[in-house]
Design a protein around this ligand. Structure first.
Ligand code: NAP
Length: 322
Protein backbone atom coordinates (compact mmCIF):
# COMPACT_ATOMS: atom_id res chain seq x y z
CA UNK A 1 0.00 0.00 0.00
CA UNK A 2 0.99 3.66 -0.33
CA UNK A 3 2.40 5.21 2.87
CA UNK A 4 4.81 7.86 4.10
CA UNK A 5 8.32 6.42 4.30
CA UNK A 6 11.56 7.88 5.66
CA UNK A 7 15.04 7.47 4.23
CA UNK A 8 16.39 7.80 7.79
CA UNK A 9 16.02 10.23 10.67
CA UNK A 10 16.41 13.96 10.11
CA UNK A 11 14.62 16.99 8.66
CA UNK A 12 11.33 16.98 6.76
CA UNK A 13 13.22 16.11 3.53
CA UNK A 14 13.71 12.49 4.71
CA UNK A 15 9.96 11.93 4.18
CA UNK A 16 8.33 10.86 0.93
CA UNK A 17 5.64 8.40 -0.20
CA UNK A 18 6.51 4.78 -1.01
CA UNK A 19 5.16 1.25 -0.80
CA UNK A 20 4.94 -0.69 2.49
CA UNK A 21 3.21 -3.92 3.48
CA UNK A 22 -0.51 -3.46 4.19
CA UNK A 23 -1.77 -4.34 7.69
CA UNK A 24 -4.57 -6.81 8.35
CA UNK A 25 -6.87 -6.50 11.37
CA UNK A 26 -6.01 -8.71 14.37
CA UNK A 27 -8.73 -9.86 16.79
CA UNK A 28 -10.44 -6.81 18.26
CA UNK A 29 -9.18 -4.49 15.52
CA UNK A 30 -10.87 -2.54 12.74
CA UNK A 31 -9.21 -2.01 9.35
CA UNK A 32 -9.71 1.52 8.04
CA UNK A 33 -9.13 2.77 4.51
CA UNK A 34 -7.67 6.18 5.31
CA UNK A 35 -9.17 9.25 3.65
CA UNK A 36 -7.14 11.78 5.64
CA UNK A 37 -4.67 12.02 8.51
CA UNK A 38 -3.12 15.01 10.32
CA UNK A 39 0.32 16.20 11.41
CA UNK A 40 1.15 16.23 15.13
CA UNK A 41 4.23 17.57 16.93
CA UNK A 42 4.99 14.01 18.00
CA UNK A 43 5.22 13.03 14.32
CA UNK A 44 8.04 15.52 13.81
CA UNK A 45 9.85 14.09 16.86
CA UNK A 46 9.40 10.53 15.54
CA UNK A 47 10.80 11.63 12.17
CA UNK A 48 13.87 13.05 13.96
CA UNK A 49 14.39 9.78 15.82
CA UNK A 50 13.45 11.12 19.28
CA UNK A 51 10.05 9.43 19.71
CA UNK A 52 10.02 5.77 18.62
CA UNK A 53 6.62 4.03 18.32
CA UNK A 54 5.52 2.08 21.41
CA UNK A 55 6.06 -1.71 21.26
CA UNK A 56 3.72 -3.37 18.75
CA UNK A 57 2.73 -0.11 17.01
CA UNK A 58 3.24 0.53 13.29
CA UNK A 59 6.58 2.03 12.27
CA UNK A 60 4.68 4.34 9.92
CA UNK A 61 4.08 7.83 11.34
CA UNK A 62 0.54 9.04 12.08
CA UNK A 63 -1.51 9.31 15.29
CA UNK A 64 -4.98 9.92 13.88
CA UNK A 65 -7.06 9.44 10.77
CA UNK A 66 -10.49 9.48 9.19
CA UNK A 67 -11.76 7.02 6.62
CA UNK A 68 -14.04 4.07 5.93
CA UNK A 69 -14.19 0.67 7.58
CA UNK A 70 -12.98 -2.02 5.13
CA UNK A 71 -12.38 -4.97 7.45
CA UNK A 72 -13.26 -6.30 10.91
CA UNK A 73 -11.01 -8.50 13.08
CA UNK A 74 -12.38 -11.42 15.04
CA UNK A 75 -14.83 -10.44 17.77
CA UNK A 76 -15.43 -6.87 16.59
CA UNK A 77 -19.02 -5.69 16.88
CA UNK A 78 -20.64 -2.29 16.50
CA UNK A 79 -19.08 -1.36 13.13
CA UNK A 80 -19.82 -2.46 9.56
CA UNK A 81 -17.81 -2.32 6.36
CA UNK A 82 -18.44 1.06 4.72
CA UNK A 83 -18.98 3.03 7.96
CA UNK A 84 -17.34 6.47 8.00
CA UNK A 85 -15.16 6.81 11.09
CA UNK A 86 -12.24 8.63 12.65
CA UNK A 87 -9.69 7.06 14.98
CA UNK A 88 -6.99 7.67 17.55
CA UNK A 89 -3.89 5.67 16.56
CA UNK A 90 -0.62 4.58 18.18
CA UNK A 91 0.92 4.97 14.70
CA UNK A 92 0.34 4.10 11.06
CA UNK A 93 -1.98 6.97 10.04
CA UNK A 94 0.11 8.26 7.10
CA UNK A 95 -0.94 5.26 4.98
CA UNK A 96 -3.75 3.93 2.80
CA UNK A 97 -4.78 1.35 5.39
CA UNK A 98 -4.46 1.20 9.17
CA UNK A 99 -5.54 -1.43 11.72
CA UNK A 100 -6.72 0.01 15.05
CA UNK A 101 -8.18 -1.41 18.28
CA UNK A 102 -11.96 -1.08 18.12
CA UNK A 103 -12.12 1.09 21.27
CA UNK A 104 -10.19 3.84 19.47
CA UNK A 105 -12.59 4.00 16.52
CA UNK A 106 -15.16 6.80 16.76
CA UNK A 107 -18.02 8.01 14.57
CA UNK A 108 -17.49 11.19 12.57
CA UNK A 109 -19.22 13.94 14.57
CA UNK A 110 -22.26 15.52 12.92
CA UNK A 111 -21.72 18.53 10.66
CA UNK A 112 -18.05 17.79 10.04
CA UNK A 113 -16.58 16.55 6.74
CA UNK A 114 -14.63 13.30 6.65
CA UNK A 115 -11.47 15.30 5.86
CA UNK A 116 -11.93 17.74 8.75
CA UNK A 117 -12.60 14.79 11.07
CA UNK A 118 -9.01 13.54 10.51
CA UNK A 119 -7.67 16.33 12.72
CA UNK A 120 -10.06 15.84 15.64
CA UNK A 121 -9.18 12.56 17.45
CA UNK A 122 -5.74 13.52 18.83
CA UNK A 123 -6.68 17.00 20.05
CA UNK A 124 -10.08 15.95 21.40
CA UNK A 125 -8.65 12.94 23.25
CA UNK A 126 -5.70 14.92 24.64
CA UNK A 127 -7.80 17.84 25.84
CA UNK A 128 -10.65 15.70 27.19
CA UNK A 129 -8.33 13.33 29.09
CA UNK A 130 -6.04 15.98 30.55
CA UNK A 131 -8.28 18.95 31.20
CA UNK A 132 -11.44 17.10 32.24
CA UNK A 133 -10.63 13.50 33.29
CA UNK A 134 -7.34 14.40 35.06
CA UNK A 135 -7.63 18.07 36.08
CA UNK A 136 -11.44 18.09 36.48
CA UNK A 137 -11.94 21.60 35.10
CA UNK A 138 -15.37 22.72 36.32
CA UNK A 139 -17.88 25.33 35.19
CA UNK A 140 -16.88 28.81 36.34
CA UNK A 141 -13.23 27.91 36.93
CA UNK A 142 -10.36 29.83 35.36
CA UNK A 143 -8.49 27.85 32.67
CA UNK A 144 -5.19 28.85 31.04
CA UNK A 145 -3.97 27.14 27.86
CA UNK A 146 -0.59 27.93 26.36
CA UNK A 147 -0.35 28.00 22.57
CA UNK A 148 -4.05 28.72 22.19
CA UNK A 149 -3.87 28.96 18.39
CA UNK A 150 -2.21 25.55 17.88
CA UNK A 151 -3.97 22.25 17.25
CA UNK A 152 -4.36 21.44 20.93
CA UNK A 153 -5.00 25.05 21.91
CA UNK A 154 -7.86 25.64 19.47
CA UNK A 155 -9.68 22.54 20.80
CA UNK A 156 -8.87 23.39 24.44
CA UNK A 157 -10.25 26.92 24.21
CA UNK A 158 -13.48 25.82 22.54
CA UNK A 159 -14.16 22.84 24.80
CA UNK A 160 -13.37 24.73 28.02
CA UNK A 161 -15.50 27.71 26.95
CA UNK A 162 -18.39 25.46 25.87
CA UNK A 163 -18.33 23.82 29.31
CA UNK A 164 -18.52 27.17 31.08
CA UNK A 165 -14.92 27.87 32.11
CA UNK A 166 -13.33 31.33 31.96
CA UNK A 167 -10.62 30.87 29.34
CA UNK A 168 -7.17 32.52 29.23
CA UNK A 169 -4.90 31.74 26.27
CA UNK A 170 -1.35 32.63 25.26
CA UNK A 171 -0.25 33.05 21.64
CA UNK A 172 2.60 34.66 19.72
CA UNK A 173 1.05 37.03 17.16
CA UNK A 174 -1.89 39.47 16.90
CA UNK A 175 -3.66 37.24 14.35
CA UNK A 176 -3.33 34.19 16.59
CA UNK A 177 -4.53 36.15 19.64
CA UNK A 178 -7.56 37.21 17.61
CA UNK A 179 -8.24 33.58 16.66
CA UNK A 180 -8.09 32.58 20.34
CA UNK A 181 -10.59 35.31 21.17
CA UNK A 182 -12.92 34.24 18.36
CA UNK A 183 -12.89 30.68 19.72
CA UNK A 184 -14.00 31.72 23.20
CA UNK A 185 -10.94 32.94 25.14
CA UNK A 186 -12.00 36.02 27.08
CA UNK A 187 -8.40 36.90 28.07
CA UNK A 188 -5.62 36.63 25.48
CA UNK A 189 -1.96 37.08 26.37
CA UNK A 190 0.88 37.74 23.90
CA UNK A 191 3.61 35.51 25.34
CA UNK A 192 6.30 37.61 23.58
CA UNK A 193 5.35 40.80 25.43
CA UNK A 194 3.15 40.12 28.44
CA UNK A 195 3.65 38.09 31.61
CA UNK A 196 0.90 35.49 31.94
CA UNK A 197 1.67 35.16 35.68
CA UNK A 198 0.72 38.81 36.25
CA UNK A 199 -2.48 38.50 34.20
CA UNK A 200 -3.55 35.37 36.10
CA UNK A 201 -2.55 36.80 39.49
CA UNK A 202 -4.76 39.81 38.88
CA UNK A 203 -7.67 37.50 38.03
CA UNK A 204 -7.18 35.32 41.14
CA UNK A 205 -5.01 32.55 39.67
CA UNK A 206 -5.65 29.68 37.26
CA UNK A 207 -7.60 26.67 38.51
CA UNK A 208 -6.27 24.56 35.63
CA UNK A 209 -3.34 25.13 33.25
CA UNK A 210 -2.71 23.02 30.14
CA UNK A 211 0.98 23.44 29.32
CA UNK A 212 2.96 22.62 26.19
CA UNK A 213 6.25 24.27 27.23
CA UNK A 214 7.47 22.03 30.07
CA UNK A 215 10.64 23.17 31.84
CA UNK A 216 10.66 26.73 30.54
CA UNK A 217 7.28 27.54 32.12
CA UNK A 218 7.30 25.17 35.12
CA UNK A 219 8.01 27.70 37.87
CA UNK A 220 5.90 30.45 36.31
CA UNK A 221 2.99 28.07 35.74
CA UNK A 222 3.00 27.10 39.42
CA UNK A 223 3.16 30.81 40.31
CA UNK A 224 0.10 31.38 38.10
CA UNK A 225 -2.00 28.67 39.82
CA UNK A 226 -4.79 29.50 42.27
CA UNK A 227 -5.09 27.68 45.59
CA UNK A 228 -6.03 24.11 44.72
CA UNK A 229 -4.87 24.66 41.13
CA UNK A 230 -3.92 21.83 38.77
CA UNK A 231 -1.10 22.11 36.24
CA UNK A 232 -1.09 19.47 33.49
CA UNK A 233 2.05 19.30 31.35
CA UNK A 234 1.65 17.64 27.95
CA UNK A 235 4.59 19.04 26.00
CA UNK A 236 8.28 19.81 26.39
CA UNK A 237 8.72 22.48 23.71
CA UNK A 238 10.69 24.48 26.34
CA UNK A 239 12.78 21.57 27.65
CA UNK A 240 12.34 18.57 29.96
CA UNK A 241 14.34 19.42 33.08
CA UNK A 242 13.12 22.28 35.20
CA UNK A 243 13.28 23.47 38.81
CA UNK A 244 10.23 23.51 41.04
CA UNK A 245 9.83 25.36 44.35
CA UNK A 246 7.81 22.81 46.33
CA UNK A 247 6.99 25.38 49.02
CA UNK A 248 4.79 27.23 46.49
CA UNK A 249 3.03 23.97 45.59
CA UNK A 250 2.52 23.16 49.29
CA UNK A 251 1.19 26.59 50.13
CA UNK A 252 -1.29 26.44 47.27
CA UNK A 253 -2.20 22.78 47.81
CA UNK A 254 -1.65 22.56 44.07
CA UNK A 255 -0.70 19.65 41.83
CA UNK A 256 1.50 19.02 38.80
CA UNK A 257 0.72 16.13 36.45
CA UNK A 258 2.36 15.12 33.18
CA UNK A 259 0.87 12.65 30.72
CA UNK A 260 1.45 11.13 27.31
CA UNK A 261 -1.54 9.81 25.36
CA UNK A 262 0.30 7.55 22.93
CA UNK A 263 1.84 5.33 25.61
CA UNK A 264 -1.41 4.64 27.44
CA UNK A 265 -2.81 1.08 27.37
CA UNK A 266 -5.55 0.26 24.86
CA UNK A 267 -8.19 0.07 27.62
CA UNK A 268 -7.37 3.61 28.82
CA UNK A 269 -7.47 4.94 25.27
CA UNK A 270 -10.86 3.27 24.78
CA UNK A 271 -12.19 4.97 27.94
CA UNK A 272 -10.89 8.32 26.70
CA UNK A 273 -12.48 7.83 23.26
CA UNK A 274 -15.80 6.95 24.96
CA UNK A 275 -15.55 10.20 26.91
CA UNK A 276 -14.83 12.12 23.71
CA UNK A 277 -17.81 10.63 21.85
CA UNK A 278 -20.11 11.28 24.82
CA UNK A 279 -18.92 14.76 25.78
CA UNK A 280 -17.08 16.39 22.88
CA UNK A 281 -18.81 15.14 19.71
CA UNK A 282 -22.26 16.55 20.68
CA UNK A 283 -20.65 20.00 21.06
CA UNK A 284 -19.06 19.62 17.61
CA UNK A 285 -22.39 18.52 16.11
CA UNK A 286 -24.11 21.51 17.74
CA UNK A 287 -21.54 23.89 16.23
CA UNK A 288 -20.12 24.97 19.62
CA UNK A 289 -16.76 23.45 18.61
CA UNK A 290 -15.50 23.65 15.04
CA UNK A 291 -12.47 21.94 13.54
CA UNK A 292 -9.72 24.51 12.88
CA UNK A 293 -7.73 23.44 9.84
CA UNK A 294 -4.81 25.59 8.65
CA UNK A 295 -4.46 23.73 5.38
CA UNK A 296 -5.10 20.44 3.61
CA UNK A 297 -2.52 18.88 1.29
CA UNK A 298 -1.97 15.47 -0.32
CA UNK A 299 0.13 12.87 1.51
CA UNK A 300 2.71 13.32 -1.28
CA UNK A 301 3.42 16.77 0.31
CA UNK A 302 4.16 15.22 3.72
CA UNK A 303 7.60 16.88 3.90
CA UNK A 304 5.99 20.29 3.31
CA UNK A 305 3.42 19.54 6.02
CA UNK A 306 6.15 18.79 8.55
CA UNK A 307 8.11 21.89 7.52
CA UNK A 308 5.00 24.03 7.99
CA UNK A 309 4.46 22.68 11.51
CA UNK A 310 8.10 23.26 12.45
CA UNK A 311 8.06 26.82 11.06
CA UNK A 312 5.27 27.48 13.58
CA UNK A 313 3.26 29.96 11.51
CA UNK A 314 0.21 27.67 11.32
CA UNK A 315 -2.99 27.80 13.39
CA UNK A 316 -4.99 24.66 14.15
CA UNK A 317 -4.34 21.45 12.23
CA UNK A 318 -2.40 20.51 9.10
CA UNK A 319 -4.36 17.75 7.30
CA UNK A 320 -2.89 15.25 4.80
CA UNK A 321 -5.27 13.59 2.35
CA UNK A 322 -4.88 10.14 0.83
N1 NAP B 1 1.21 14.48 25.98
C1 NAP B 1 0.35 14.22 25.03
O1 NAP B 1 -0.36 13.22 25.08
C2 NAP B 1 0.23 15.15 23.87
C3 NAP B 1 -0.72 14.93 22.86
C4 NAP B 1 -0.82 15.86 21.81
C5 NAP B 1 0.02 16.97 21.80
N2 NAP B 1 0.94 17.12 22.78
C6 NAP B 1 1.84 18.28 22.82
O2 NAP B 1 1.07 19.46 22.88
C7 NAP B 1 1.80 20.53 22.30
C8 NAP B 1 0.92 21.23 21.29
O3 NAP B 1 0.65 20.34 20.22
P1 NAP B 1 -0.05 20.88 18.90
O4 NAP B 1 -0.40 19.71 18.07
O5 NAP B 1 -1.10 21.85 19.26
O6 NAP B 1 1.16 21.64 18.18
P2 NAP B 1 1.14 23.01 17.40
O7 NAP B 1 -0.13 23.16 16.65
O8 NAP B 1 2.41 23.07 16.64
O9 NAP B 1 1.16 24.09 18.55
C9 NAP B 1 2.33 24.46 19.22
C10 NAP B 1 2.01 25.68 20.02
O10 NAP B 1 3.13 26.06 20.81
C11 NAP B 1 2.99 27.45 21.02
N3 NAP B 1 4.19 28.08 21.56
C12 NAP B 1 5.43 28.16 21.01
N4 NAP B 1 6.24 28.86 21.85
C13 NAP B 1 5.49 29.24 22.91
C14 NAP B 1 5.75 29.97 24.09
N5 NAP B 1 6.96 30.47 24.37
N6 NAP B 1 4.73 30.14 24.98
C15 NAP B 1 3.49 29.64 24.73
N7 NAP B 1 3.20 28.94 23.63
C16 NAP B 1 4.18 28.73 22.73
C17 NAP B 1 2.63 27.95 19.64
O11 NAP B 1 2.07 29.24 19.75
P3 NAP B 1 2.17 30.34 18.54
O12 NAP B 1 1.86 29.58 17.28
O13 NAP B 1 1.16 31.34 18.90
O14 NAP B 1 3.57 30.85 18.54
C18 NAP B 1 1.65 26.90 19.17
O15 NAP B 1 0.34 27.25 19.48
C19 NAP B 1 3.05 19.93 21.68
O16 NAP B 1 4.12 20.16 22.55
C20 NAP B 1 2.72 18.45 21.59
O17 NAP B 1 3.85 17.65 21.62
C21 NAP B 1 1.06 16.24 23.80
Amino acid sequence: MRAAVATGTGGPEVLSVGEVEAPSPAAGEVLIEVVATAVNRADTLQRQGFYPPPPGASETIGLECSGRVVGLGEGVTGWSVGDEVCALLAGGGYAELVAVPVGQVMPVPGGVSLIEAAGLPEVAATVWSNVFMTAHLAKGERFLVHGGAGGIGTMAIQLAAARGAEVFATAGSPAKLELCRSLGATHVIDYREDDFVEVLAEAGGADVILDNMGAKYLGRNVDALATGGRLVVIGMQGGAKGELDLSVLLRKRASVTATSLRARPVTEKAAICCGVVENVWPLVAAGAIRPIVETTMPLEDVARGHQLMEDGSHSGKIVLTL
